[in-house]
Design a binder for this molecule. Structure first.
Ligand code: NAP
Length: 494
């Protein structure tokens, strides 16, 4: 991996008044600033006619209230430039401002363009940046592009062709913010730095893998966007397939960006393609109806949400059984699921190991359980390992015990947030934790198999009440193979 330090950079942020910028990017930039890694100046852009002061107030309002440190030096680095991204003329003034800031802050012509905009603008902005000469600069030029990257393989290819006509692949940083999460990055270390895991990380010892990303939230204000997208595109195409690839990949020969990405690509290439037949059998498309959350709150069904058509067939839940057809994983099912309005908010990877042959120990008081390694991604960050030990009885009874490691329990402030990590990586020129084009293309290929099968067979959604763990068909998917979804556990905070 790169060890370069962050370099002075002008950050040209499109969509500066939006939700993502406010909730994630300004707090992340503040953390980067506090660690004093490199000088930067930000040009925030959107259509509304704000001035620098109004914009700085907005950035300020995004920062947490704790601490009383003087934030003026940070805020004074933010400049506002009102532009409609479709207006090619407006980019001229932007170029003048970027050149002025280059000189004032000594940024060496380094430019990071961040597209925190609706995806339909990604291509337009990229072409306009080139036409205006903003991408001809003495320093580096980099592009961070938000999800979703296309709506299917064809549109992703078209978008990619456009942005690659302006930026080289090594200048393009496609965000999958799950790759910025501490425990997602930790998957590699847990696997490859521990012989006790790596030696048994295969189909001889692992019976199945379960990857869950569940939310208790509904669609809220993003209903319009969500109804055109659905869980398959919003979560499976990117985050769940990336976690699958990291869990299943071979050890990279070196910890270099392209070596790691090459191994992930091999996994994505080995996932068995979906057919109409296998989609019917192995993929569950769900939608929540009204229900009661564990907090006691009664919530409406998806079709009753504002801005959702009353006959919407958009899925708010997906469960799928995947096979990775390679030497290591032949025969091991990977079950993945994601959904909104579920009983628990949790992202976890559960590795279930095979039982020992002819287990001689009985269990009078406790159900006998297989060994499980759980990687807790969020909200808890850590590991738990379920083993069997002797129970306090006179007989040879066994009982399950759990070893736990909590990554975010003792440090109340927590580690860096995913966006801080990823922005920092990009400022350093490290694209390891961003998705390369072939990863995106292969993920689309797989997901398109599901989209096509659903379309051809007119697959209806299966309903589940809000506050549950998904439709009954999701449980049946595992029960058919003699498995069940393991309850999503929390780490005990000692
Ligand atoms: P948003 O809240 O709707 O913000 C959109 C931004 O774009 C606003 O600043 C808006 O400001 C600006 N804008 C819209 N039309 C424009 C135009 N023609 N010219 C210039 N600026 C324009 O969207 P968001 O939720 O921040 O999402 C931004 C991107 O991040 C999207 O690609 C989204 O898919 C992705 N994303 C968001 C989240 C999230 O949590 N929000 C999570 C993951 C990915 P004006 O109206 O003033 O122009």
């Amino acid at each position: 991996m790169h060890n370069e330090t962050q370099q002075p950079t002008a950050i040209l942020l499109f969509g500066a008044t939006g939700d993502l910028a406010h909730r994630k990017l300004y707090p992340a930039l503040y953390e980067i600033y506090k660690k004093n890694q490199a000088p930067f100046a930000v040009i925030g852009m959107a259509r509304r006619p704000w001035d620098h002061d109004r914009y700085r107030e907005y950035v300020h309002s995004a920062l947490a209230e704790n601490g009383k440190e003087d934030r003026n030096d940070f805020l004074n680095r933010f400049y506002y430039y009102s532009l409609d991204v479709n207006n090619t003329e407006a980019y001229r003034g932007l170029k003048d401002l970027a050149e002025r800031l280059d000189r004032e802050y000594g940024l060496g012509g380094n430019r990071l363009f961040y597209l925190a905009l609706a995806p339909e603008f990604f291509g337009t902005v990229t072409l306009n940046l080139q036409a205006s000469g903003l991408t001809e600069t003495a320093g580096f030029k980099r592009l961070i592009i938000e999800k979703p990257f296309g709506r299917d393989l064809k549109s992703a290819e078209a978008l990619n062709a456009t942005i690659q006509s302006v930026f080289g692949e090594n200048e393009i940083y496609r965000i999958d913010h799950y790759l910025g999460k501490e425990m997602v990055q930790n998957i590699q270390v847990i696997r490859f730095a521990n012989p006790i895991f790596e030696s048994i990380w295969n189909n001889r010892y692992i019976s199945n893998v379960q990857i869950t990303a569940s939310e208790t939230l509904g669609v809220g204000e993003r209903a319009g966007y969500y109804d055109r997208t659905g869980a398959l595109l919003d979560m499976v195409q990117n985050h769940l397939l990336q976690m699958t690839a990291l869990t299943a990949m071979e050890p990279p020969s070196r910890l270099e960006t392209e070596d790691i990405r090459d191994e992930k690509v091999k996994v994505l290439r080995s996932i068995r393609p979906v057919t109409v037949e296998s989609a019917r059998r192995d993929i569950v498309k769900g939608q929540y109806t009204k229900g009661v959350l564990p907090s006691g709150e009664s919530v409406p069904g998806y079709r009753e949400e504002e801005n959702v058509p009353e006959n919407s067939e958009t899925e708010t839940f997906v469960a799928a059984k995947l096979f990775i057809d390679n030497f290591r994983w032949a025969g091991v099912p990977f079950y993945i699921r994601t959904g909104k309005r579920m009983a628990v908010k949790s992202t976890q990877i559960v590795i279930q190991f095979k039982d020992v042959p002819l287990n001689p120990y009985t269990s009078t008081f406790f159900a006998q359980e297989p060994n499980l390694l759980v990687i807790h991604v969020q909200p808890d960050e850590g590991l738990s390992l379920k083993l069997n030990a002797k129970a306090f009885t006179h007989k040879w009874d066994s009982k399950p015990i759990t070893l736990e490691y909590c990554n975010n329990c003792s440090d109340v402030l927590g580690g860096p947030d995913a966006y801080e990590r990823l922005l920092g990586d990009c400022l350093r020129g490290d694209s390891t934790n961003f998705t390369r084009w072939d990863e995106v293309a292969l993920s689309w290929q797989f997901v398109e198999g599901i989209m096509t099968a659903w379309k051809e067979t007119n697959t209806p959604v299966r309903f589940y009440p809000a506050g549950s763990m998904g439709p009954a068909e999701s449980d049946a998917l595992l029960a058919r193979d003699g498995f069940h979804w393991w309850p999503l556990t929390r780490i005990n905070k000692h």
